[in-house]
Ligand binder design. Structure first.
Ligand SMILES: [Zn+2]
Length: 428
């Protein structure tokens, strides 16, 4: 079982989701062999909460990482890796983002949790990461040492996360991504905010949105090249042993590209630019095709366990393979995206949202299509009530003692990771 999660990946930059330039030949080839979910949703637009929901099939309100990003840990929740480990699988994770390091408890159940981060972001010298080439190399080395056991391998690719600095030739491979009449953006003094380029994203000499889109596309193409190598190696391994292979591919959240005045950032809202993620599933007995029902990060755990012949357990998500194999519709459900100060309930082509603007709470109901923008409609009072009820009950966060050193913490604050609930008392 292979789970690939790409950080900060918008579906609309992938060929399988309609992008017009060849950013993702390997993902597209994978997608052609399986099911493409056109309306998949993230649990959060922040990295740690989303990963925690993927690995536990719990809502953000229900796990002890909660909506915080890097300063809280899982504390006793049963994880996907634990389930595979208990079933006799070899388990390994290779990750590339500082906020999902071992200290977050996401390592539970993994024999190997490789969170060595040898690279440094362009504008944030204390933000360590690892690029796709190095992450893939480690994963391939682990694959090469496998014996007879089945395996669960999770590979996390960090590359599309800003700043958008793909290596040559990916830094100049994509062009023509400027829109008509596009104006240069100013550089923001901080790493969050509207109508400008967040400080951590600023690339020397570049101010036009199209230039950033082109480099983001380059990051996508860069990780995709390594996805190709990873898939080839995994396939060879399972072929040698004559074993079936299940592959799930998704992203932890999207990225704003101008929506609501936000450019090249995430973690500030639960709107579709951030909540809509790619999700591709390939497994024996599942015919290739596309599905338009809503699915969600919480479906990953029960789906993978079920496809591996293990009980999906008492979880929030659904074992999607059962519907795909039978060709029956996936039941309509209300699905949540959550950053604490902003929560949305998605259902069908509508979402209800409650968010804080300053000290004021605002709410609204919107229609959305995966292809485009969202528009406000008449309030759906039932959906808003369901959302209010959902958001009113939150599990107590489990803080990591000294998750960050005082210097790291000061820098995180200065760099715009400001709305981090873990920096407030945990009961808030
Ligand atoms: Zn992320």
């Amino acid at each position: 079982v292979l789970l690939v999660i790409v950080d900060t990946l918008r579906p609309d930059f992938l060929g399988a989701y309609g992008f017009q330039q060849p950013t993702s030949p390997n993902l597209d080839a994978l997608a052609a062999q399986g099911v493409v979910f056109e309306r998949a949703l993230a649990a959060s637009s922040r990295t740690a909460p989303s990963h925690a929901s993927i690995m536990t099939s719990l809502w953000v309100t229900e796990h002890s990482i909660g909506p915080a990003n890097g300063s809280t840990r899982l504390n006793g929740e049963v994880t996907l890796a634990q389930r595979f480990h208990q079933a006799g699988y070899d388990t390994a994770a290779f990750i590339g983002n500082i906020v999902i390091r071992r200290r977050t408890g996401l390592d539970a159940g993994f024999d190997v949790y490789d969170d060595e981060l040898p690279d440094v972001e362009l504008n944030r010298s204390d933000f360590f990461e690892r690029t796709a080439d190095k992450t893939t190399e480690r994963a391939l080395a682990w694959l090469g040492q496998r014996g007879k056991h089945p395996f669960f391998l999770w590979v996390h690719y960090q590359d599309p996360h800003g700043p958008y600095t793909p290596p040559a030739p990916y830094d100049h491979e994509f062009g023509g991504l400027s829109k008509k009449g596009e104006k240069p953006l100013r550089a923001l003094p901080r790493s969050a905010g509207r109508h400008g380029i967040p400080a951590y994203q600023v690339l020397p000499g570049l101010r036009l949105p199209g230039a950033y889109r082109a480099r983001y596309a380059g990051e996508v193409a860069f990780f995709d090249a390594y996805l190709g190598r990873l898939l080839a190696a995994v396939r060879e391994r399972v072929r040698e042993r004559n074993r079936p292979l299940v592959v799930a591919f998704t992203a932890d959240h999207g990225e704003s590209m101008g929506e609501g005045g936000y450019w090249f950032q995430h973690g500030h809202a639960t709107t579709p630019d951030l909540a809509h993620v790619p999700f591709v599933l390939v497994a024996p007995g599942i015919a290739p095709g596309r599905r338009s029902e809503l699915v969600h990060h919480v479906d990953v755990m029960p789906t993978l366990l079920d496809l591996a012949g293990l009980p999906p357990g008492e979880v929030r998500g659904l074992p999607l393979g059962r519907f795909l194999r039978k060709g029956t519709p996936i039941p309509e459900r209300t699905l949540f995206t959550d950053i604490g100060s902003d929560v949305s309930a998605y259902r069908g082509n509508v979402f209800a949202r409650i968010w804080l603007r300053g000290r004021r709470s605002e709410s609204g109901t919107f229609t959305w299509s995966p292809a485009g923008r969202w528009t406000r409609q008449r309030p759906d009072h039932a959906l808003l009530a369901e959302l209010r009820n959902h958001a009113s009950k939150r599990k107590r966060l489990s803080l990591i003692p000294q998750a960050f050193t005082p210097t790291e913490k000061a820098r995180l604050r200065a760099l715009g990771y400001i709305d981090d609930p873990a920096e407030r008392p945990p009961d808030r």
